[in-house]
Design a protein around this ligand. Structure first.
Ligand SMILES: [Zn+2]
Length: 379
């Protein structure tokens, strides 16, 4: 299987100008000027006028559904493959959330494997909001070593739905993540859902002060609360990564939160964006009673990417938040860049930033704006 994209405007994410891009099987083989290729079954695609970018990586999706805050009826549905394709997401990390009773990490692993078989690339974090952690094997170290898809462990902090872990509990979990990662040859992450109850970053900073490398700590929802956002900026300035949820923020738009972080002097390389897709978005009143519920869309990453361009960022400045930064910080080799030898996960966008073609692992899943490969139960 070979595809040649002629005369694309390539953002790797850095701008490379007009190039031809050759894909063979699941890999990018060449990104060059005027490629002349002769291969059996080679398909040539005219990409003149199209921007060719890495496929987007979304590191926080409730692929088996989340929610549950309003009883069984509020459990959100599972993700379908075509939802990812319509917004250019070709890699993801699946997570569980509030509901640690009816959502299992085994089901999450099953869905991650299903999505991988259907065409995208998928990983997961074990556990959910609660302590003790909910694991596949009973041990954090074994989850990291025995299950290739497991990148880390999820927890909630500073949230009325969290288990309010103590510093010592967190230290023990992070130590297990660090050692499990060492043994497995992974980095090992604590993926932290942040609520708006103060105190989470004080603990994270204390953990770093005690000698735990900051790259193990991965706070998300960093722009849902003004005070938390201010602390996330300080955390990013000391070398941490701040993940901004494109599904909602305390700014008018999540893109404005990223713009504000950049204006505050945060290194753009330390910012990532994820959707929180298929999570529930409960709204609580001042007494903590739930008064409404929505479902997060995985397409919010693409929407906020467009918003960042409207705010004056160039495409090469905005793309890393959902491509190369995410791949580098998650340690996903061969992902997140348009480069020979890298995974052929590609988006081709028109002048209005509309998706024309999407490739995942070398397969055209969207062609001329139409999703052509659907999930098993979508036919
Ligand atoms: Zn979530």
């Amino acid at each position: 299987m070979a595809l040649l994209f002629k005369n694309a405007t390539v953002y790797a994410p850095e701008p490379l100008g007009t190039k031809d891009v050759l894909v063979v099987n699941d890999r990018i083989v060449a990104v060059e000027d005027n490629l002349n290729v002769s291969l059996p079954d080679l398909e040539t695609v005219d990409a003149k006028g199209l921007s060719l970018t890495p496929g987007f990586i979304d590191q926080h999706i409730h692929v088996i559904g989340g929610g549950g805050e309003g009883g069984p009826v509020s459990r959100t549905p599972e993700l379908m493959l075509s939802e990812l394709i319509t917004c250019g997401t070709t890699s993801l990390v699946g997570v569980c959330g509030t509901d640690s009773v009816t959502r299992s990490v085994e089901a999450l692993l099953g869905k991650v494997r299903a999505l991988t078989a259907e065409g995208v690339s998928a990983w997961m974090h074990t556990s959910n909001y609660a302590l003790p952690p909910t694991l596949l094997t009973g041990s954090i170290r074994q989850d990291l070593f025995c299950v290739p898809e497991v990148l880390g462990v999820k927890i909630a902090m500073g949230d009325h739905r969290s288990s309010f872990p103590t510093l010592e509990e967190l230290m023990r979990i992070i130590s297990d993540i660090r050692v499990g990662g060492m043994i497995a040859g992974k980095t090992g992450f604590l993926h932290i859902h942040l609520g708006s109850v103060p105190g989470a970053f004080a603990m994270l900073n204390e953990i770093v002060d005690r000698g735990i490398p900051i790259h193990h700590l991965r706070p998300t929802h960093c722009a849902r609360d003004k005070a938390v956002f201010g602390e996330a900026i300080l955390f990013a300035k000391r070398g941490g990564v701040m993940d901004v949820t494109s599904g909602g923020s305390c700014f008018d738009t999540p893109a404005k939160a990223i713009r504000a972080a950049l204006d505050e002097g945060v290194d753009p390389g330390n910012i990532t964006m994820s959707s929180d897709g298929h999570g529930s978005i409960p709204r609580f009143n001042s007494e903590g009673l739930m008064i409404g519920l929505g479902t997060g869309a995985v397409s919010s990453n693409l929407r906020e990417l467009r918003s960042l361009l409207e705010l004056g960022l160039r495409l090469e400045q905005a793309l890393p938040f959902v491509t190369s930064n995410v791949a580098r910080h998650l340690g996903l080799p061969g992902k997140g860049e348009v480069k020979a030898g890298y995974s052929a996960d590609l988006c081709l966008l028109d002048a209005d930033f509309g998706l024309r073609h999407v490739l995942a692992k070398g397969r055209m899943l969207m062609r001329n704006g139409q999703v052509v490969v659907k999930g098993t139960f979508e036919e």
